[in-house]
Write a protein that binds this ligand. Structure first.
Ligand code: ADP
Ligand code: MG
Length: 271
């Protein structure tokens, strides 16, 4: 019997070498919003494990996760676990991930471990429409593994002073990874986070970033919203914690914009 035709999932890394810019918040909530329409997997690649905690899996219950995947100790299918969102699965950050940056250096193909682990998962991957990688706040080997495995990168950017300098640094890295390791890598988009309408600086920075990166910047802006920051302490995405909050609604809108971009792209490539 011929194998049924399967689409590949789209692999997106949330990356920015700065901490506290909204990578994890965007990973959790964009993944949750997309899960209303698609099957989604989130891989927590940050030793701090905030995406795992934020999805209701405390440190003590993590067991094996992304470290086992990178080390080649377990296959993806064995490491995926359900979350409270039925169509969103998680590979948690395990305790050993903290040592991974150092240990990976000694392993063969140290920058393509994740890519290899995903291709080894074969047909299991086809279960998913989107796979997100939540990266740590550095440009070390964990982030590099995500960039080598990904199709696209979403850069969350906090509207603050020097934001543009920070984003130029990550785009330079993307260019280098693209040239040397992953020619297919694209900048999927920049998402402005923790936007404060009462603060002039937010507006100035947003205008600057849009002037420079043009249509690469998502139209959707994520406002600063206390419900967004409260949700992780309940182990819930803000969409489950308070769906009607402006933060949750912004992520619903961001997911819709991402899907629309993919549709538009599909039409262009088909033409
Ligand atoms: P990163 O993963 O880039 O380090 P986080 O997503 O963990 O950043 O966000 C840093 C902090 O800011 C967290 O405490 C988070 O709850 C808070 N935060 C993120 N986005 C928002 C928002 N839109 N409104 C309010 N607080 C936010
Ligand atoms: Mg984080």
């Amino acid at each position: 019997m011929p194998a049924p035709e399967r689409r590949n999932p789209r692999l997106l890394a949330l990356a920015n070498q700065k901490g506290g810019v909204g990578k994890t918040t965007t990973a959790i909530n964009l993944a949750t919003a997309l899960a209303a329409k698609r099957k989604v997997l989130l891989v927590d690649l940050d030793p701090q494990g905030n995406a795992s905690t934020g999805l209701g899996i405390p440190r003590s219950e993590r067991g094996m996760g992304s470290y086992a995947l990178l080390a080649g100790d377990r296959g993806l299918a064995e490491l995926v676990r359900p979350t409270q969102v039925p169509t969103l699965s998680l590979v948690a950050a395990d305790a050993e991930l903290a040592g991974a940056e150092v240990e990976l250096v000694a392993l063969p193909d140290r920058d393509r471990r994740l890519r290899q682990a995903l291709s080894a998962a074969g047909n299991f991957l086809a279960d998913y429409d989107y796979i997100f990688f939540d990266c740590p706040p550095s440009l070390g080997l964990l982030t590099l593994n995500a960039l080598v495995a990904a199709d696209g990168v979403i850069v969350p950017l906090q509207c603050e002073f020097f934001a543009l300098e920070g984003v130029s640094q990550i785009t330079r890295i993307l260019d280098r990874v693209k040239r040397a390791l992953n020619p297919g890598l694209t900048l999927e988009g920049i998402v402005l986070t923790m936007y404060d309408r009462r603060n002039n600086l937010s507006e100035l920075v947003a205008a600057d970033v849009r002037g420079f990166f043009k249509e690469k910047v998502f139209d959707t802006v994520i406002p600063r919203n206390v419900r967004v920051s409260e949700a992780p302490s309940h182990g819930l995405p803000v969409l489950l914690y308070d769906f009607r909050s402006i933060g949750a609604q912004a992520y619903v809108q961001l997911a819709a914009e991402l899907l629309k971009r993919e549709r538009d792209r599909g039409e262009t490539t088909a033409a």
